[in-house]
Design a binder for this molecule. Structure first.
Ligand code: SAM
Ligand code: SF4
Length: 367
C-alpha cells in the first residue's frame, strides 16, 4: 500500500480510491482499519449491541431472484406460512425477554390480502407490547401507499437491501421478467425514506460477476443515500438456484467473509452513527462470524425467534446456522458470545438509529 491505512483514515472524507485501497488492506493495515472502526463505534454509538428478534414468518415468495433458496421456482422445499398466533407468540417471547425490537421478514408478496394481514399484525404487536416494541419489517417491494399503511400501523424501520448498486450486475442476478427492476428498488427506498421510516439497506458481498469497484460503489451508494441502517453479508451459494453454476468463479468463503468485515468497518468509519447489523450469513461461514462483525463495527444482532420447526425451510443459502434450535437456546448461547467481544447487550432498549434522529433533526435516540 503506497499510502498506509493510518494515513488514509486521517482524511476527513474518503474518496473512492481510498476505499479501494482499504478494501485490499491485509495484515497490520487491516488491523489499523478495524481499530479505527471499533473506536468510531465506541465514540458514536457506544459499545452496546441491540437485539431485534427475527421472525421469518413465511417462505412463500412471488419473486425469483437467482441467488435465493426460497425463490418461487425452487420446488425442493416445503412452503410454510405461520399463523398469526404463532407469530404473536414469538413476538411475546421477544418482549418478555427484553429484546425491545423485532423484525418481521418473509418472501415478497404483493396483494391486498397480504397488506391487510400485515397491517392487522402490526396493530396487534403494538397492543400486546404496550406500544413499546420497536418494529422493523422486511417485506420487499410494495407501493408507497402500502408502505404508508404499515408505517401508520406501527412499523417504524424497514429493511430493503439494494443487493448491488450496479444496475448491470443487478440485471445479471435477477430475471428480466419485469418484476425485478433496479429502478423500482431505488424508488421503494426513496418512498420509505419520504414516509419517515428508519431506512435500511445492504448488499451481498462476493456475488458472481461482482468486482472490487462495485463494492466501493456500494459503500458510496449507502453514504450518498444517507441510509440509517445497514444489513449486509456475504453471498452464500445455494444448490437449487441459478447462480450455483458459477460457484467455482467466486471468491472462497473466507475471502468473502474477510471482505464483508472490511466493508462493515468502512461503513462504520464513513457513516459513524448508523446502525449496522451483524448478519446471520456471517455465522454461516465462520462460527464466530457475528461476533467478529461486532468487533468490526456492527451494533445490532437479530437472534432468530422463528419457531424451530420452520427454520429449516427458510434456507436462503447453504449452512444457515441454528436451524435446529429454539429461541431460548439462541438467547443463552448469544449472550455468552457477545460478552466475549467486550460489548454489552442493550436489554430493554430499542436502540433506534442515531443517524435517523440526527437526520430528522431530533438529536436524540427517538424515532
Ligand atoms: N423478500 C424480501 C427481500 O428480498 O427484500 C426479504 C427477505 S430476503 C430472503 C432477505 C435478504 O436475503 C435479501 O435481501 C438477500 O440479500 C438475502 N439473501 C437471499 N439469498 C441469499 C444468499 N444466497 N446469500 C446471502 N444472502 C442472501
Ligand atoms: Fe424472494 Fe426476497 Fe428471496 Fe428474492 S431475496 S427470492 S424477493 S425472498
Amino acid at each position: 500500500m503506497i499510502d498506509g491505512a493510518g494515513r488514509i483514515l486521517e482524511k476527513e472524507v474518503l474518496l473512492k480510491e481510498d476505499i479501494l485501497k482499504l478494501l485490499s488492506a491485509e495484515g497490520e493495515e487491516r488491523k489499523v482499519l478495524f481499530t479505527k472502526a471499533s473506536e468510531t463505534k465506541a465514540k458514536q454509538v457506544g459499545k452496546k449491541v441491540y437485539y431485534r428478534g427475527l421472525v421469518e414468518f413465511s417462505n412463500v415468495c412471488g419473486k425469483n431472484c437467482y441467488y435465493c433458496g426460497i425463490r418461487r421456482d425452487n420446488k425442493n422445499l416445503k412452503r410454510y406460512n405461520l399463523g398469526n398466533k404463532e407469530i404473536l407468540d414469538a413476538v411475546k417471547f421477544a418482549y418478555d425477554n427484553r429484546y425491545a425490537s423485532i423484525v418481521l421478514q418473509s418472501g415478497e408478496i404483493e396483494s391486498p390480502g397480504f397488506t391487510d394481514r400485515i397491517e392487522e399484525l402490526l396493530r396487534e404487536i403494538k397492543k400486546i407490547s404496550n406500544n413499546e416494541l420497536g418494529i422493523t419489517i422486511s417485506l420487499g417491494e410494495q407501493t408507497k401507499d402500502v408502505y404508508r399503511r404499515w408505517f401508520d400501523a406501527g412499523a417504524h424501520r424497514y429493511l430493503l437491501r439494494i443487493e448491488t448498486s450496479n444496475p448491470e450486475l443487478y440485471k445479471k442476478i435477477h430475471p428480466g421478467d419485469g418484476r425485478h427492476d433496479f429502478n423500482r428498488r431505488i424508488e421503494c427506498l426513496q418512498s420509505l425514506k419520504d414516509i419517515g421510516y428508519q431506512t435500511g439497506t445492504g448488499v451481498m458481498i462476493g456475488l458472481p460477476f461482482q468486482t472490487m469497484n462495485d463494492i466501493a460503489d456500494d459503500i458510496l451508494f449507502m453514504r450518498d443515500f444517507d441510509i440509517d441502517m445497514i444489513g449486509l453479508g456475504p453471498y452464500i451459494e445455494h444448490k437449487d438456484t441459478p447462480l450455483f453454476q458459477y460457484r467455482d468463479k467466486i471468491m472462497p468463503p473466507s475471502e468473502r467473509f474477510s471482505l464483508t468485515l472490511k466493508v462493515i468497518a468502512l461503513l462504520r468509519i464513513i457513516m459513524k452513527d448508523i446502525n449496522i447489523a451483524a448478519a446471520t450469513a456471517m455465522q454461516a461461514i465462520d462460527p464466530m462470524g457475528r461476533e467478529k462483525a461486532l468487533m468490526a463495527g456492527a451494533n445490532v444482532i437479530m437472534p432468530n425467534i422463528t419457531p424451530g420447526k420452520y427454520r429449516d425451510s427458510y434456507k436462503l443459502y447453504e449452512n444457515k446456522p441454528c436451524t435446529d434450535e429454539e429461541a431460548e437456546d439462541c438467547t443463552n448461547c448469544l449472550e455468552a458470545r457477545i460478552h466475549m467481544t467486550g460489548d454489552e447487550i442493550g436489554y430493554g432498549e430499542r436502540g433506534d438509529s442515531k443517524h435517523y434522529a440526527r437526520r430528522r433533526g431530533k438529536g436524540g435516540t427517538g424515532g
